[in-house]
Design a binder for this molecule. Structure first.
Ligand SMILES: [Zn+2]
Length: 480
């Protein structure tokens, strides 16, 4: 079994300065590697095969971003031929080539040799992972959810590095290669048989943290129930006014950690204090620190609350939990720009209204909650079923009539048969029933998995009562 334990580190000043320096250097190599791969790709694209003057290596532009600037200049991993006359390891990945280029980097920039070599390698592999995620999305859902093309990193989104080897823990001291022994808050003891696989050091607002990946091969992974043994399902409908509605009529409040009145006010004041200070001044830094601390406080509160409610949801006596498969990045999209055709001036497109909604969606952070529920459910052997939430709050549970006018705020009244109930609890029940359909196997219509998920577009979400995002023109087009 593979698990992660996170601790807060207590580095001394030399160590923390060193780590900050490492993060900056690693970020520059990360960005360089990314730029290198993009350049190589463009060369291939414009000049065809055998374009590279230095190596005359061939690369397929669509499947691999082979950079041929590596130290050895050899795009082939291994020239040995096996019995059938095929190359054993035909092609090195871009990551392999860039890793072999690292000694070259250390020669040219000697200060890089103070960084542990596995950290440098993991940094390149991190880019590999980013590419892998991007290609996976292209295959799985070309238009839908997933991660985009790898991005260039700046100080705010590149704050960590990973050790692959050499990390040791003794009592409340941890050994990090090239940084030495460092004290840490030993908040939970690593179980005896577990060995350390990797360690990621991360800088947060209030200091450095380490996440240690530990493994014990003798302990099996969590096993979840087979689908045909599922007898009871709990449906969860995520929302803004209430965070979760459950199909057993329970509701879970949404404290709106960053969008309630008080937090909004504090954020506004602290943000203004930062922007009023002179750029590059010490006072601006101090003010920015204060703002950051407040942001961290909000995050910590949200995480604690989510673990709490995830525990409550999972510990209910059911075999499975049905959740919506939400396309949250799609929901967070901005409204389209509207221009007046004759004058070319911009017209109101409803974005200022959408902004508040976007913030509320981000604040609710459903995807984080879903991850926590999945983790805890796996721990207890329960199944998590992801269902397609399309029309889940517009469908009548009595006659199946689907109409957006069925719903009026919190009330649900069917325009066909007059059936009425609480709209969100009804939606949670619909989600539960769709879960049952998947379990029983007739999931042809409603069942979704990540491959053929029929995602809810931001437009169809906007037709739900609580997501008011209809511009005037939209309303007209709906009516006509
Ligand atoms: Zn009805």
């Amino acid at each position: 079994m593979l698990i992660n334990y996170a601790y807060k580190l207590r580095p001394n000043i030399t160590q923390s300065n060193k780590m900050s320096g490492w993060v900056d250097m690693l970020r520059s190599t990360y960005n360089w590697s990314l730029a290198d791969r993009i350049t190589q790709y463009n060369q291939q694209f414009f000049q065809g095969d055998y374009c590279d003057i230095r190596t005359r290596g061939e690369a397929c532009p669509l499947t691999c971003f082979v950079s041929k600037n590596g130290a050895s200049g050899e795009p082939w991993k291994d020239t040995k031929v096996d019995k059938d006359g095929k190359l054993k390891n035909p092609r090195r990945s871009a990551g392999d080539i860039q890793i072999t280029g690292l000694p070259e980097l250390k020669k040219a920039r000697p200060w890089f040799s103070e960084i542990d070599s596995t950290v440098l390698q993991q940094n390149v592999k991190r880019l590999d992972t980013a590419y892998k995620n991007f290609f996976e999305r292209q295959v799985a859902s070309p238009s839908g959810e997933g991660r985009g093309f790898p991005k260039f990193k700046n100080r705010s989104n590149f704050t960590s590095f990973t050790y692959q080897m050499g990390v040791k823990v003794q009592g409340s001291k941890i050994y990090l290669p090239k940084l030495g022994w460092m004290r840490f808050f030993n908040s939970r003891v690593i179980p005896v048989c577990f060995t350390i696989k990797a360690a990621t050091i991360r800088k947060r607002q209030d200091g450095w943290y380490v996440s240690i990946r530990i493994e014990d091969k003798t302990i099996p992974d969590y096993i979840s129930k087979p689908l045909d043994e599922v007898n009871s399902i709990l449906g969860c409908d995520m929302g803004i006014t209430k965070l979760v509605h459950l199909s057993d009529r329970h509701q879970i409040d949404n404290p709106k950690f960053s969008t309630n009145k008080k937090a909004k006010r504090t954020l506004k004041i602290r943000q203004r204090r930062v922007s009023k200070k002179l750029k590059g001044s010490k006072n601006r830094k101090k003010a920015a620190n204060k703002l950051g601390h407040f942001h961290k406080k909000i995050t910590d509160k949200r995480v604690a609350y989510q673990w709490d409610i995830a525990n409550k949801i999972v510990s209910k006596s059911v075999d499975a939990i049905a959740l919506e498969d939400l396309n949250i990045s799609g929901m967070l999209k901005r409204c389209k720009v509207k221009t007046d055709e004759t004058t070319g001036r911009f017209l109101k497109n409803g974005q200022s209204r959408k902004k508040g909604l976007n913030r509320a969606i981000s604040d609710a952070s459903w995807s984080e909650l879903i991850l926590k529920i999945e983790y805890l459910a796996a721990k207890q052997g329960k199944v998590v079923i992801k269902i397609n939430p399309i029309h889940s709050s517009q469908e009548c549970r009595n006659c199946g009539h689907i109409d957006k006018s069925n719903r009026d705020g919190e009330k649900f009244i069917c325009t066909e048969c007059g059936y009425h109930e609480h709209a969100d609890i009804g939606a949670a029940k619909t989600i539960r029933d769709r879960g049952f359909k998947i379990v029983r196997g007739d999931s042809a219509k409603l069942g979704v998995n990540h491959q053929n998920a029929q995602k809810v577009s931001p437009r169809s979400m906007s037709k739900r009562g609580e997501f008011g995002n209809l511009c005037k023109q939209d309303i007209k087009s709906v009516k006509s």
